[in-house]
Design a protein around this ligand. Structure first.
Ligand SMILES: *[C@@H]1O[C@H](CO)[C@@H](O)[C@H](O)[C@H]1NC(C)=O
Ligand SMILES: *[C@@H]1O[C@H](CO)[C@@H](O)[C@H](O)[C@H]1NC(C)=O
Ligand SMILES: *[C@@H]1O[C@H](CO)[C@@H](O)[C@H](O)[C@H]1NC(C)=O
Ligand SMILES: *[C@@H]1O[C@H](CO)[C@@H](O)[C@H](O)[C@H]1NC(C)=O
Ligand SMILES: *[C@@H]1O[C@H](CO)[C@@H](O)[C@H](O)[C@H]1NC(C)=O
Length: 954
């Protein structure tokens, strides 16, 4: 914890010192009036900061020091709030008439006076806390000679290869699961047309969910004729409405969309089937679910049911249709299990701890990467035994401690003994909540200090929330947890933190992309318990949820999360005016009354909220310090006119909203780094196949983009006709990602070509798509005339008619991913692409290729690992000649009709691991491919991914 306090405190102080420095150099009369106070606070904080560093280096922590650090942090936050208001007050425009200016000056003076008084108070507090520090100074001198607490030593953490680790993490969890899985599968598959319920009951951390997943994922179940096998998490903060909406969305809406794309000849997605679902009553939701399940043989996993009443509500939506359907429930509560399995055909399975042998196997596999029963050196034998005993056969505990040990460079007996000493012994004989939490606290405590604040930050998300990499990284940066390091951008550094959490198994990977990178994760609910209680203790974050709120425990709230419904008209006495970060979950049905008081917010996340009124949005424009704003996946159709008041905004995430235009005031957002727009639909479970919805794209007025000089990502900007925006893009020198959608820009090509020539060297990802639906309208052929092409890009995507690839394409030595759509290219283009030296992934989307046969020649595509062929209209033959695409691992396919001459030469792909069919799956194609690859030495998997529901063939 101490480390977290330190990194939190240090982060807060660092930002503040920077601001104070800037302010002191200002030469206006307003600043001169309070110059003394500001200088004093700055000096005090500098001293405190230096002292903080000494404390961390000497690793002395006790309760007094901890409390002191918290006080320093609170002062730093309060000073920053005060200074920010002061600066804001300084910066108001003075372009107004004399009389108004007079009133304005008077108001300013009054405000100035208030701030001056606040500064006096802060000065006194700083003085006070500073004196306390000198008292510790004495103890510090004493303590450096003797180690007060024997602690785990902190080393620079080893950066394990995160990709390797994620893949391996999945496997490691599976040790010892075969036997119970096979037993349950055979029970499940018994001939019985009645609905059967299986309840897996047991303590937290025993692997109930993993077992349930494994049962559903076993080949026997997969090849049976079940129509759907999704997993729904019920969890403690149970909201039947939100759950049912989620189920419907997963089951009906997504397939419906996918079907429209895969089958639709024009690639258009029709209107949302479930329009207005947010307002449906529970009875209507139930009826729709029943109707969906009625004629299907289904398996559903309901994960983590806490109460009998939750079960009873869900049960109503799952009909017994006498088709041999199955429900798997996991729960910690025996009463729930008994209620679920009240009929004779049901079954309760008590999940057991791991045996000693399997515990050892899992443990060593986690540390050394191979399954063995012995450590590689005898000196570790004894200490391994003691650690394993304390983990009590709980997979969660073993995996956590194993990862902790794996992250240490020194694999010595002494080092391991220290870990062992810090493990409680509660788990040895009987799993208790406290015991598991103690184990998890240990993995948390062992984090290097710069990671602790970032990890604690995960406590603001609700239970079972899927945390996505990109947004998390941007939020860490907005909160000031990541400091600039030489030669590495903040984004890169923050991403390495995320990878480290995965490598240490303190988060659980949810989605891994085709390269093995973990794109989203989840925090185990027990780990969440651990960090939530630390968060509350440190006044890091406060929470409002069904079972109460933690607002009362601190006088000033710094970060606030609302997770579920509560009575919004409830008055709160807590001081919310200092909240810097506010997160509201999708299940909240009303914006709280105190929303307007959150003036000093830095981070505002309203993702998924469907209760945002125009008034709420308008109110938001007064949060002048806002750096991060997410309205992703909300019903917002227009940004408020004054959004430009958010001068410090760095991230504006409006993906999957109905927003089509930026207001003119957006030209004031000069610090904006990420402007994220567009609505993408994922068509496969690894999300390698994606589709941008038709109405995506954001229009901006002239001069807006030009002002946003700090932009790094400009994603899905829509440019029409003669708009000068194309020219402005060329001025953005820090751009790393650019997605442009063009509509009717014939006369404007020169400007665009000019901009493309000027794209800066940090640019990595470039996508250019033409939106015109008319035949023979615009083509991308002009791209051939770019004077100085962006040769440094790694991701490239083109959409629109193209007779021939521009000649410079063959010079793109760094391109690793290439996507084409609507280009209608011919065979020679495949030859050009085949010579790109670093191409790893080629996506041939709908209409990208116009010939009947596509042939991969020998010696081409030397590094390609993933090839996607998506419903090419005329395709009759796919041929891999001997020696072509030698490294292909994954082939992802979808067809409009069976190719007449087939898919040939699969035997030439020596590294092939998986052939994946998606969209409308044509069974005759799949069975042929499956029978071809029977003889393949690699035995590649043949799977159908029909709307994220995976079926294994072969
Ligand atoms: C590893 O152990 C050696 C000897 O026991 C010690 O000198 C070294 O400092 C240790 N390294 C770390 C990172 O603790
Ligand atoms: C919410 O709280 C207010 C005031 O405390 C009370 O009048 C109202 O009945 C409550 N509403 C609900 C739905 O509980
Ligand atoms: C919000 O404003 C938009 C346009 O300004 C308008 O179309 C919409 O009806 C308003 N919504 C509400 C709830 O007032
Ligand atoms: C761009 O910034 C300048 C200077 O800050 C400002 O005067 C201008 O209005 C801005 N342009 C737009 C379109 O907002
Ligand atoms: C562009 O990036 C560099 C390096 O990160 C930074 O120093 C500079 O301020 C950025 N430019 C703008 C206009 O933000």
């Amino acid at each position: 914890m101490e480390g977290a306090v330190f990194s939190l405190t240090e982060g807060a102080v660092r930002i503040l010192l920077c601001k104070l420095g800037c302010l002191l150099s200002e030469e206006t009369w307003l600043v001169r009036g309070v110059h003394g106070e500001i200088q004093y606070i700055k000096d005090e904080l500098e001293c405190m900061n230096a002292f903080l560093r000494t404390l961390t280096i000497s690793e002395i922590y006790d309760d007094q020091v901890r409390i002191w650090m918290k006080q320093v942090r609170e002062i730093a936050y309060d000073s920053e709030d005060c200074i920010d208001e002061f600066i804001h007050n300084l910066g108001e425009s003075s372009e107004m008439g004399f009389f108004r200016q007079l009133i304005f000056m008077l108001r300013k003076l009054a405000c100035h006076h208030r701030i001056a008084v606040q500064l006096q108070e802060l000065k006194a507090r700083a003085q006070d806390v500073g004196e306390r520090h000198s008292r510790y100074g004495v103890e510090l001198a004493k303590a450096t000679h003797q180690e007060v607490h024997p602690r785990l030593t902190r080393h620079a953490s080893v950066h394990l290869d995160p990709q390797l680790h994620a893949l391996f993490a999945e496997e490691a969890q599976l040790v010892g699961i075969d036997e119970p899985r096979d037993e349950l599968v055979s029970w499940l598959m018994k001939d019985d047309i009645r609905l059967r319920v299986l309840a897996i009951v047991g303590f937290s951390g025993l692997g109930k969910t993993t077992l349930a997943r494994m049962v559903c994922g076993s080949p026997v179940v997969k090849s049976a004729d079940f129509e759907c096998c999704p997993l729904f998490i019920v969890s403690q903060t149970f909201n039947i409405r939100a759950l049912f909406q989620h189920m419907l969305r997963e089951l009906i809406q997504e397939p419906h969309k996918a079907m429209a794309i895969a089958g639709g000849k024009n690639g258009l997605i029709s209107e949302d089937y479930l329009e207005g679902m947010e307002r449906w009553e529970i009875a209507v939701l139930t009826k729709n679910l029943r109707r969906y399940f009625q004629d299907k043989r289904y398996i559903v996993i309901l994960d983590d049911i806490w109460t009998v009443s939750a079960w009873e509500s869900i049960r109503c939506a799952l009909p017994d249709n006498l088709k041999g359907s199955r429900i798997i429930v996991t729960t910690r509560n025996v009463d729930v299990a008994n209620t679920c399995c009240s009929r004779p055909q049901d079954r309760i399975y008590n999940i057991q701890r791991l045996s000693e042998t399997t515990s050892r196997e899992l443990f060593f596999k986690k540390i050394f990467g191979f399954a063995d029963n012995r450590p590689p050196s005898d000196e570790l034998e004894e200490v391994s035994n003691s650690i394993l005993k304390k983990c009590g056969g709980l997979p969660l505990a073993i995996v956590n401690i194993g990862s902790l040990l794996a992250s240490k460079t020194n694999r010595t007996k002494e080092e391991w003994q220290k870990v062992c000493n810090n493990l409680g012994s509660e788990l040895e004989n009987n799993p208790t909540l406290e015991g598991v939490k103690q184990v998890l606290s240990l993995s948390y405590n062992d984090l290097p200090y710069h990671l602790k604040a970032c990890f604690l930050y995960l406590s603001i998300f609700p239970e079972n929330y899927v945390i996505k990499r990109g947004p998390l990284v941007r939020r860490w940066i907005a909160e000031g947890f990541v400091s600039q390091r030489h030669g590495q951008s903040m984004e890169q550094l923050a991403e390495s933190y995320f990878d480290e959490f995965v490598a240490r198994s303190i988060v659980q990977p949810v989605r891994t992309d085709w390269t093995g990178k973990v794109r989203s994760c989840r925090v185990h609910d027990l780990m969440l318990d651990v960090i939530v209680s630390r968060s509350i203790e440190e006044n890091f974050a406060s929470f409002i949820c069904d079972n109460g709120s933690t607002l009362a425990s601190h006088d000033k709230i710094r970060r606030l999360s609302i997770h579920s419904n509560y009575n919004s008209s409830q008055k709160t006495s807590a001081n919310v005016s200092h909240v810097r970060s506010f997160t509201m979950s999708a299940s909240v049905e009303e914006v709280p009354l105190f929303f307007r008081q959150l003036r000093l917010l830095r981070v505002l996340d309203l993702q998924g909220c469907n209760c945002l009124s125009n008034e709420t949005l308008h109110c938001m424009c007064r949060f002048f310090q806002l750096k991060y704003l997410s309205l992703r996946n909300t019903n917002v159709c227009k940004l408020p006119r004054l959004v430009g008041n958010l001068k410090h905004l760095e991230t504006l995430d409006i993906r999957a909203t109905l927003i089509k235009k930026l207001p003119a005031s957006a030209g004031n957002l000069i610090y904006l780094k990420h402007l994220l727009v567009g609505h993408k639909v994922q068509l496969t479970r690894t999300a390698s196949v994606k589709f941008l919805r038709q109405s995506s794209g954001l229009e901006v007025a002239t001069g807006v983009v030009k002002n946003m000089t700090a932009l790094q990502s400009l994603v899905h900007i829509l440019v029409k006709d003669k708009s000068p925006v194309l020219r402005e893009i060329g001025l953005l020198q820090n751009l790393t990602k650019l997605n442009v959608l063009l509509r009717g820009v014939e006369e404007n090509w020169d400007a665009f070509l000019d901009s493309l020539s000027k794209l800066p060297s940090p640019l990595r990802s470039l996508s250019i798509h033409i939106l015109d639906e008319k035949e023979h309208s615009l083509s991308l052929d002009n791209l051939a005339f770019v004077k100085s092409p962006p040769l440094f890009i790694t991701n490239f995507s083109l959409g629109g008619k193209l007779d021939k690839l521009p000649p410079w394409i063959s010079s793109l030595r760094n391109v690793s991913r290439f996507a084409l759509r609507h280009t209608e290219l011919h065979a020679e283009a495949i030859g050009v692409l085949g010579d790109l030296p670093n191409l790893l992934c080629l996506k041939l989307y709908y209409k990208s290729y116009a010939d009947e046969s596509i042939v991969f020649r020998p010696g081409k595509f030397a590094k390609l690992k993933l090839l996607i062929i998506d419903n090419l209209e005329r395709i009759e033959k796919v041929l891999f000649e001997g020696g072509s695409v030698p490294n292909l691992e994954r082939l992802t396919l979808s067809f409009l009709q069976e190719p007449r001459y087939g898919i040939l030469g699969l035997e030439n792909l020596a590294k092939l691991k998986e052939i994946e069919f998606f969209g409308e799956i044509i069974l005759s194609v799949v069975t042929k491919v499956a029978s071809y690859v029977k003889a393949h030495p690699n035995h590649p998997r043949v799977i159908g991914d029909k709307w994220n529901i995976v079926t294994e063939y072969a």
